[in-house]
Design a protein around this ligand. Structure first.
Ligand code: PLP
Length: 430
């Protein structure tokens, strides 16, 4: 009875006092929170009603090493007890941030060797946009300001990140920045055409996710990124890879761009760097850009957040990376990723309404084709939930898609269970 009362109380307080991110405010008021989570263990979450749910999206594509890792809690406690916070502004520093920056340099390809830290992916992308503008200004080309991104891209929801996001519904609040942001189709012709129209001398950078996540897990056409890299070089346009979802192993290689042998000028990271155990992101720049910024610098780099390089977050990220390496988790991503895609292919054979399954490593999607106007993905999500599986519907741009990004630790039996639940859920909506 007490538990029931507590649940009702939390629902009431949630509705009145908590403005949920990316949510339907009306639905939130009518229905209250669908889950109030209380615990996580491995690939499962538990909620206040005692339901155990498989977390097939690693929550927000981020809890890559799985839930309930006490080791990370211990590191956080140790760091907080020693040095909870100190500024990293100006010439101040501390060991966790130095060690993590050096570790990231070791992992990133090419000469991407210097990191600016943020609290998440949106700040990382905004940082990149300000940095490329700063860079071109120092190089005597202040008119090179525009950012080009791809349609269906998602780069986060700070002002700059939202503006670069190629999913129109997000951009209602940022229309005043529209002149500096442009979106291309995922073809090299579209990029070439845009450069011709706008002029390379007005474009600062091109940004892309190696595989689009929130836009529906879209894999770029073969040869696309290699050609984009060439076009950027020819036109003095910096190439920013948004590795917020794909970084640190999600696709079966350390970084998504590693699949294409493309080294960007700037890489943005977040999510997987700390597996969600602490809010952390960053912008990694090449040695060339770093050196130019140093050589041409005319004063202070006027950009920094209070939590740029938070000691606890950095210590936690370091331990997270250690676990990924120690447990050889990227290898498991490859093996389980193959099994996931096989499972999706089997579902496509079994169900007429499944089409266009896709994925790379443990990042995948199932397309759905409805015989009516009604979108199917939300119904499948509901049916899956009844059977203990949380999965995500992607409906932007008229899509009807289910997206998946299970934790790297998922095993064969759990993957079978996920596919079985999807199979049963599809039968229920057929
Ligand atoms: N970039 C990509 C590719 C993302 O998927 C996300 C978040 O989903 C972001 C940026 C924004 O990151 P954050 O939500 O940490 O600000």
């Amino acid at each position: 009875k007490n538990e029931q009362q507590k649940h009702e109380e939390l629902k009431r307080l949630d509705k009145k006092h908590f403005l949920h991110p990316t949510s339907s405010l009306k639905q939130q008021q009518e229905e209250g929170p669908a889950f109030i989570f209380t615990e996580g263990e491995g690939i499962y979450l538990k909620d206040i009603q005692g339901r155990k749910l498989m977390d097939s999206l690693s929550s927000l594509w981020n809890v890559n090493i799985g839930h309930g890792r006490k080791e990370l809690g211990e590191v956080a406690m140790q760091q907080m007890g020693t040095l909870a916070f100190s500024s990293a502004f100006s010439a101040w520093s501390h060991e966790p941030v130095i060690r993590l920056a050096a570790k990231i340099a070791e992992m990133t390809p090419g000469n991407l060797n210097t990191t600016f830290f943020t609290s998440g992916g949106s700040e990382a992308n905004d940082t990149a946009f300000k940095t490329v503008r700063h860079y071109w200004k120092l190089k005597g080309q202040p008119e090179k300001k525009k950012i080009v991104s791809r349609k269906k891209s998602y780069h986060g929801l700070a002002m700059g990140a939202t503006s670069a996001t190629g999913l129109q519904p997000f951009r209602d609040f940022t229309t005043s920045l529209a002149q500096d942001f442009h979106y291309v189709e995922s073809t090299v012709e579209s990029l070439r055409q845009l450069i011709e129209e706008q002029g390379a001398d007005t474009i600062a950078a091109f940004i892309s996710e190696p595989i689009q996540g929130s836009g529906g897990v879209n894999v770029a056409p073969v040869g696309y990124f290699q050609e984009v890299r060439r076009i950027c070089d020819e036109n003095d346009i910096l190439f920013i890879a948004d590795e917020v979802i794909t970084g640190f192993g999600r696709t079966g290689k350390t970084f998504g761009m590693d699949h294409y042998d493309v080294v960007p000028d700037i890489m943005c990271i977040a999510k997987g760097v700390s597996s969600g155990y602490a809010p952390l992101g960053g912008m990694v720049i090449s040695e060339d850009i770093h050196q130019e910024l140093i050589d041409l610098s005319d004063g202070i780099f006027m950009h920094g957040y209070t939590y740029s390089g938070h000691p606890m977050c950095c210590a936690v990220a370091m331990k997270n990376i250690e676990i990924i390496e120690r447990e050889n988790l990227i290898e498991n991503v490859r093996v389980m990723g193959d099994q996931m895609l096989q499972g999706f292919n089997w579902l496509e054979k079994e169900h007429d309404l499944v089409c266009n399954v896709r994925g790379l490593g443990l990042l995948g999607a199932i397309g759905l084709q409805s015989k009516t106007e009604e979108q199917l993905a939300p119904k499948v999500v509901n049916e899956a939930l009844k059977r203990g599986l949380i999965c995500r519907a992607v409906l932007y741009d008229g899509q009807d898609t289910l997206a998946f990004a299970p934790p790297f630790i998922i095993n064969k039996q759990e993957m079978d269970e996920m596919i079985t639940i999807l199979h049963e859920s599809l039968i229920a909506v057929e």
